[in-house]
Design a protein around this ligand. Structure first.
Ligand code: MTE
Ligand code: MO
Length: 376
């Protein structure tokens, strides 16, 4: 049994498959800015290797084929950096695409294939420089991608510009929320690529390769790509679509609840009458900020702007989701509540699922609708 060494897991995770483990963050943790580590969603393609921190090594393979090896101890000499990052699986909300359009292949994730943590580690660019890689050297002009290999068989890559950008915050992380990474999240070392689809944040890091080519793994060449609504796996030429890196603007309603008389929030908002509190998250890839969250209490007929809640995210750009809240009179409620967010590039979410349906069910971002069932 290759899964023999998988770790025990928190009972509150919503399990989609046990072997390999795929489990989403429970709703009660999605309305917290920082996800408690034990409730951070788990997305494993294979088993979760159990590695030894002391003996673990990873290799940097330079363009000329030379190799440098590092231990966890070696990483202590580099500056330690904290970055607050939301990781989102490209399959997050796939079940909504399936319900709203046609069956989309893959795990039927709800809104919880997404979590946020404060990660600590060293800058990839510092390690590459230490290993002897300098982008400005002419002989390195051919290096276009940085490939990462995990200790099982998973592999993936990112463009060299992201890897070397001073404000890209690509890290090799050993801590999550102030503690060593959990086994499911890549202990003792994982890559963190903020603003990119989580598939690029390779866990259990074993090898870094500077290359002219992207990773040749199926997770780079096939699974994480989007095609048109009419196309199917049988007729596409996979090489014609780019691998997903940065992700589009996203939002979801996490909770919808009636506020009882005397509730503190009703007083804060000055509402004498019956009221509803709506909460959720909004997120954009590429370090783009969420600038507005529009909420409709009546199926999309009228809209109100939610309050964007303050947080203590750290990082060169906005790598974390934004939590939002809206309190409104209950008499405004129709059949369903709807949310859509806008990022700083004024990118918006599609209203329906059909326009961005793709057979792999990647990057679902249609307006999230939640029925309101407590009407009189
Ligand atoms: N890295 C390795 N080595 N193996 C994997 O299966 N899954 C990827 C990525 N890195 C994966 C991996 C995918 S698809 C996602 S969504 C994230 O890890 C999930 O990270 P998490 O389990 O820490 O939430
Ligand atoms: Mo993923």
């Amino acid at each position: 049994d290759p899964f023999e060494e998988d770790p025990p897991r928190d009972k509150s995770l919503k399990v989609h498959s046990a072997k390999p483990c795929n489990a989403e963050t429970p709703v009660d943790a999605l309305d917290k800015f920082i996800t408690p580590s034990e409730k951070f969603y788990v997305r494993n393609h294979l088993w979760a290797p159990r590695l030894d921190e002391k003996s673990h090594r990873f290799t940097v393979e330079l363009p000329d084929g030379e190799e440098k090896e590092y231990s966890l101890e070696d990483l202590k000499k580099f500056r330690q950096v904290d970055v607050t990052t939301t990781l989102q699986c490209s399959g997050n909300r796939r079940k909504h695409m399936t319900e709203g359009s046609r069956y989309a292949n893959g795990l039927q994730w709800g809104i919880g294939a997404m979590s946020t943590a404060q990660f600590t580690g060293v800058r990839l660019q510092d390690v590459l420089a230490d290993a002897g890689f300098h982008a400005e050297d002419a002989e390195n002009d051919d290096v276009k991608h940085v490939q990462f290999q995990g200790a099982e068989a998973y592999g993936s890559s990112i463009p060299i510009d992201k890897a070397l950008s001073r404000h890209g915050d690509v890290l090799l992380v050993h801590k999550m929320n102030g503690k060593p990474l959990g086994q499911d999240h890549g202990f003792p070392l994982r890559v963190l690529v903020p603003g990119h689809v989580a598939a690029r944040s390779v866990k259990w890091l074993k090898r870094i390769t500077l290359s002219e080519e992207e990773s040749q793994s199926q997770w780079q060449q096939r699974d994480y790509k989007c095609f048109g609504p009419n196309q199917s796996g049988a007729d596409v030429d996979w090489s014609t679509a780019p691998a997903i890196q940065e992700t589009p603007v996203q939002s979801a309603i996490v909770s919808l609840k009636d506020l009882p008389k005397g509730d503190r929030l009703r007083q804060v908002y000055g509402l004498e009458e019956d009221a509803i509190e709506v909460k959720g998250y909004a997120f954009a890839g590429g370090g783009r900020e969420i600038v507005r969250v529009d909420v409709s209490p009546d199926d999309g007929r009228s809209w109100t702007q939610a309050e964007l809640l303050p947080d203590n995210a750290v990082g060169s750009k906005r790598w974390a989701w934004t939590q939002w809240r809206l309190v409104l009179p209950r008499r405004l409620a129709g059949r369903s509540f709807v949310v859509k967010a806008v990022d700083e590039g004024y990118n918006i979410q599609p209203e329906y699922y059909d326009p961005h349906y793709n057979f792999r069910g990647n990057l679902t971002s249609g307006w999230h609708r939640v029925p309101y069932t407590n009407r009189d």
